[in-house]
Design a protein around this ligand. Sequence first.
Ligand code: FBP
Length: 546
Amino acid sequence: MAISNLQKARAAYQPKLPKALQGPVKAVEGAATQSVGNQDEIKELFPNTYGMPVITFEPGEPVALPPFNVGIILSGGQAPGGHNVISGLFDGVKSLNPANKLYGFILGPGGLVDHNYMEITSEIMDQYRNTGGFDIIGSGRTKLEEEDQFEKGIQILRELNIKALVIIGGDDSNTNACVLAEYYAAKKYGVQVIGCPKTIDGDLKNEQIETSFGFDTACKTYSELIGNIQRDCNSARKYWHFIKLMGRSASHIALECALQCQPNICLISEEVEAKAMSLDDVVTYIAEAVSARAKDGNNFGTVLIPEGIIEFIPAIKKLIAELNDVLATPEAQTINNGNEQIEFVKQHISAGNLTTFNSLPADVAAQLALDRDPHGNVQVSLIETEKLLSRMVADKLAVWKKEGKYVGKFGSQHHFFGYEGRCAAPSNYDADYCYSLGYNASRLIANDKTGYMSVIKNTTAPAAEWIAGGVPITMMMNLEKRNGKMKPVIRKALVELDGAPFKFFAANREKWAKETEYVYPGPIQYWGPTEVCDQTTKTLQLEQAK
Ligand code: FBP
């Protein structure tokens, strides 16, 4: 494989580990846990894995273990640092016994079901250390939820003599990991399942999980690009740039990029919902800021748009909820033509929702009525909200111009940053965090844990002071409607409007809207002063500020 000089230099980087993981460990158990919601129902659904204690690792005595094998799956969207979770796990299992083997299932959970796997040897592993991407074994979005899939899985796990399976994924994939752990525990199959918190979206976090990996690097990559655009914008002074940012539901990415770049406008979906804003309210909000800047002669600016915003506009949210139910009916499942599907939903939704549906531009309405991803989510990355909003803002400004209320010139450019950041080479933070998550997973396995997520805490401190351990996945669950049925799922962490990151943004945004106070963060740095290279996200820093 041909590699760049940066990749060569990066391959030599030895990620840092928390002190507790630098030698043999002992597992210290906390109190019994409860799920975040629907406790009776979750307890009944997960009788073997409910209520387990939080685990913290502390330095312990060496224990000789017989050799064992481990399987690993990368699930869902790519996130920077996935290869480091695997290298941490690889080094962790080898440190317990050099005869231990690590098998990777190819192209996501489907690889387990289809028995498609490879052994990850040290020669293979060394080519991927500290690199971005998931290409070592690939990823996929197959949903693991049927008994038949679990049974096919156990066949290959037994054949390869695998003691534990590590699933690296977001909230949906870790929900599946939890269901699989329970199933194997109930059947007494003797295979453990451990989860790892991944997603650039940053929405798999809670009291126990500080951040999902990849969020740091992805936001820094987008912020570099936004900063470059802002510099262009401030140089040419002729365009408004509408920049959509990934993050299927939560607006963590948009908020973090706003904190880093100080754009003129950043929409936060959670606020749009809380204020019950309509699409027209959102458009008016942007148009007013454009108009105010035009009065100062500034016919340029930046608008950050979280990709999931459309789902948070209350009327559209209501429409999507009904569309989800309609699309989950057996009758809808038999339709495989886009136009027929749109006609079908139009005939089956309530009058109120039909009015909302018909009021949307045809391309947006069509996307909402088309197929969901395997986890039942609207594929928001396919909806061109940046173009929709700029078109609507232009229309509004044209009306205001006629009325003499707007004096400027409005030219727009559109961008969508998502795939640009998901496979970036991990920042030092993600390189260390991910390696620690993987290494830590090997210790959870060695301690015979199942149904746990690998967690590393206190990560705004130097890596040596990070706290390693495990959290029962059932603790994060509640019941939510998916594909028309109530299902146990991990509760998604949305932006908290009373949280420190949003409050900081809200306290500054009026100034940023009017003035041109752009920050240009520049590219991720790997070598140099620690304040340049090793700082994590502003979100985490604000959340953890004492
Ligand atoms: P995960 O939650 O699986 O990590 O994926 C998140 C994400 O990157 C979203 O930001 C985006 O909406 C979606 O994946 C895009 O999905 P796809 O990779 O299937 O195009």
